[in-house]
Design a protein around this ligand. Structure first.
Ligand code: UT7
Length: 335
């Protein structure tokens, strides 16, 4: 039996900065509303043709591989988390295998939206623990901007989300006091439609329905979010799953050196911080700069926190996420 540890981290965001002021040119919104409700000041949007979900993921992965100090041929498996894949199928995992020129290793695509990175980490952890693989590349990447309703109709969703990618190399650790101590995953499909993109799909609206009806007011292929309902569930589930992780390892809140919450909304992160009475040094947020990048948000924030020297060897790092599904999860890591 082994442990797994994060040995390399990288992130990539497009250069194109979109401010709240820029969005107010497209829809009836304003900087004050967005900052007050979400804390977001700006986000990045891909300029069409310059990047895709896969190419952003590949750029983040190259940095993570270099920092892990391994050759790309030492990667045994790829896990790619996204809700915004380049193609309906195949998923981006195989595109990463191709673009990075990796050996014909397995490539697994997972969904799980805002919890995607925590789910990916948990899967990687199981493969490493059992000894099946030594090094796994995991990526969370999202290109939201081109799928959002950039009119006033979509403002409750479109001002929140941004584009970007984060990647990590998860490797074998023989010291069982280090690395990923545990992961905790949950779902509650009862609320699947409260934060969802319904079409095109094989359930309610087929591509042929959309083409046939050709309705310019069709909203079904834009994401829908029942914001207040999601918010209320998020604060409860974040709290539960962080507590669950701490209890599973006989740890206390005071043991946390760094909490990286999924960057859903700065108000949610602040609520959690207050609830657990954590200091500003114990929580890392960057939603102000990048918006909510869904599966990419935790690896981007984790990479930035690490780059800024805020995570040191021996630290207890807690990752926690909640989002569409609903799905939620946490990871407890001894760095
Ligand atoms: O990452 C996945 C998990 N996602 C989350 O956790 C998100 C959770 N939810 C939220 O973060 C918040 O619910 C939002 C930030 C999405 C919305 O904040 P809210 O305080 O719940 O606002 P609301 O949806 O209740 O809307 C309040 C008002 C409405 O106007 P009326 O009906 O009161 O006249 C909206 O039409 O604000 C209006 N509104 C806007 N106004 C300006 C909604 N979006 C905007 C906007 N600009 N962008």
């Amino acid at each position: 039996m082994f442990h797994s540890k994060i040995t390399g981290l990288g992130f990539y965001v497009p250069d194109n900065v979109v401010t709240n002021e820029d969005l107010s040119q497209l829809m009836d919104t304003n900087d004050e509303w967005i900052q007050e409700r979400t804390g977001i000041q700006e986000r990045r949007h891909v300029i069409r043709g310059e990047d895709t979900t896969t190419t952003m993921g590949v750029k983040a992965a190259k940095i993570a591989i270099e920092r892990a100090n391994i050759d790309k041929d030492e990667i045994d498996f790829i896990i790619f988390a996204t809700l915004s894949p380049d193609y309906y199928f195949p998923g981006p995992g195989v595109l990463v295998q191709r673009d990075l020129g990796l050996k014909t290793v397995g490539a697994l695509d997972i969904r799980n939206q805002c919890s995607g990175f925590v789910y990916a980490l948990s899967i990687a952890d199981q493969y490493i623990k059992t000894g099946m693989y030594k090094n796994i590349l995991i990526i969370g990447s999202e290109l939201h901007s081109h799928g959002l309703d950039m009119t006033t109709r979509g403002r409750g969703v479109s001002v929140i989300f941004g584009d970007g990618a984060g990647a990590a190399i998860i490797s074998r650790e023989t010291d069982l006091s280090k690395g990923i101590l545990s992961t905790h995953l949950h779902s509650e499909g009862q609320h699947a439609e409260e934060l969802a993109l319904i079409a095109p799909g094989m359930g309610k609206r087929w591509v042929t329905d959309i083409i046939h009806e050709n309705d310019p007011n069709d909203e079904s292929y834009f994401p829908y979010m029942n914001g207040q309902f999601v918010f209320k569930n998020a604060v409860v589930r974040f709290t539960e799953v962080i507590n669950e992780g701490l209890q599973a390892n006989q740890l206390e809140v005071a043991d946390i050196n760094m909490l990286i919450p999924h960057q859903a909304n700065l108000r949610i992160a602040q609520f959690i911080q207050q609830k657990f009475r954590l200091t500003d040094d114990q929580v890392y947020n960057n939603i102000m700069k990048y918006g909510n990048t869904t599966a990419a948000s935790i690896p981007i924030a984790l990479t930035e926190a690490w780059e800024q020297g805020k995570i040191k060897e021996g630290d207890l790092v807690v990752l926690a996420a909640f989002g569409s599904g609903f799905t939620w999860g946490s990871a407890i890591i001894r760095w």
